[in-house]
Design a protein around this ligand. Structure first.
Ligand SMILES: *Cc1c(COP(=O)(O)O)cnc(C)c1O
Length: 299
């Protein structure tokens, strides 16, 4: 039997209560449970790309990302399962040693090419015009990725929630959620600076009739992938009280932001929040051993 992209999900995401605070309820959609490496939202963002690559008989998929990109390693893992070659163009000079993420991607069979920052944009254009490859845009950004992310909502009943809250990287997942939610207020928490640019990116992927959404900033902890000691402390404390592991780049910042907002009475009494746990746990491999009280998944 030939695998299709829908065979890749191994565990259905489950919804778990997180914490009760000031008359609001908080639940998490555990997309991190889908697969340890094709984790969380990345599988959803990839699904239609993978289907298209299979349908058009492409032998190879190429894509782009930074040295810690969950998107690159998820693409590598998905391609391996589907028996398609994968090539990753990595922004910047080859690090020595390789990041854990890139090591994992390479172990999964991804061919890695390092592209100096000043040539990166050009290289992206060049690869996208090669008809032998199926090209997925950097970080999985784009309409096809958003269309896949829109299917995340099939795993919960929207009627149960007043708010749906997710972390924002490229904004593709937020755009997908905005396309498919009907009533719930949608909030994106930015994990990197530059809210205006991120809002623009999301708008580019949306039509007029998508649901209302808001982006909130101020929870970046210094910037993309920055993880001061008190963020790690928070992750350990969250795990001890909820048994939910989070990642340093996206989901820890999401959960923390929601706790902060709740404590400042941002949410009305009786609000029912759904946090999208978008996965990314493999990224914790970059930490020194022993910093976190829960294990990091590996390929
Ligand atoms: C990539 C990623 C995001 C951000 O998704 P975008 O579609 O790029 O906004 C959020 N959480 C995790 C764990 C991710 O890996």
């Amino acid at each position: 039997m030939k695998l299709t992209s829908t065979d890749l999900i191994t565990v259905d995401p489950v919804i778990r209560p997180v914490f009760l605070q000031k008359d609001i309820t908080v639940k998490a959609l555990r997309l991190d449970k889908c697969d340890p490496i094709i984790s969380g939202n990345k599988w959803f963002k990839l699904r239609y790309h993978l289907e298209e690559a299979i349908k058009t008989n492409k032998k190879s998929i190429c894509t782009f990302g930074g040295p810690w990109s969950n998107h690159l390693v998820a693409t590598a893992a998905a391609c391996k399962k589907l028996g398609i070659r994968s090539t990753g163009y990595v922004r910047g000079e080859e690090p020595n040693p390789l990041s854990h993420t890139l090591e994992t991607a390479a172990a999964l069979g991804m061919e890695l090419h390092f592209v100096p920052r000043n040539l990166y944009a050009l290289q992206k254009l060049d690869k996208s015009t090669n008809p032998a490859n199926y090209t997925i845009p950097e970080g999985g950004f784009g309409h096809m990725g958003a269309k896949g992310a829109a299917t995340i909502t099939q795993y919960f009943n929207e009627e149960e929630f007043s708010h749906v809250i997710a972390a924002v990287g490229t904004g593709t997942m937020l755009a997908g959620l905005a396309q498919s939610l009907k009533h719930a207020a949608l909030i994106g928490i930015t994990v990197l600076k530059g809210k205006e640019a991120l809002e623009k990116a999301v708008k580019k992927l949306l039509s007029e009739d998508s649901c209302a959404w808001t982006m909130l900033e101020g929870y970046e902890w210094g910037g993309y992938a920055k993880h001061p000691a008190n963020l790690l402390e928070y992750m350990n404390q969250l795990f001890n009280s909820t048994q939910i592991p989070t990642d340093i780049v996206y989901t820890a910042k999401l959960f923390y932001a929601v706790e902060q907002l709740a404590s400042k009475d941002y949410f009305k009494k009786g609000s029912r929040l759904l946090l999208i746990h978008s996965g990314g746990l493999q990224g914790n491999q970059s930490l020194e051993k022993g910093k976190l009280c829960f294990p990091t998944p590996t390929a």
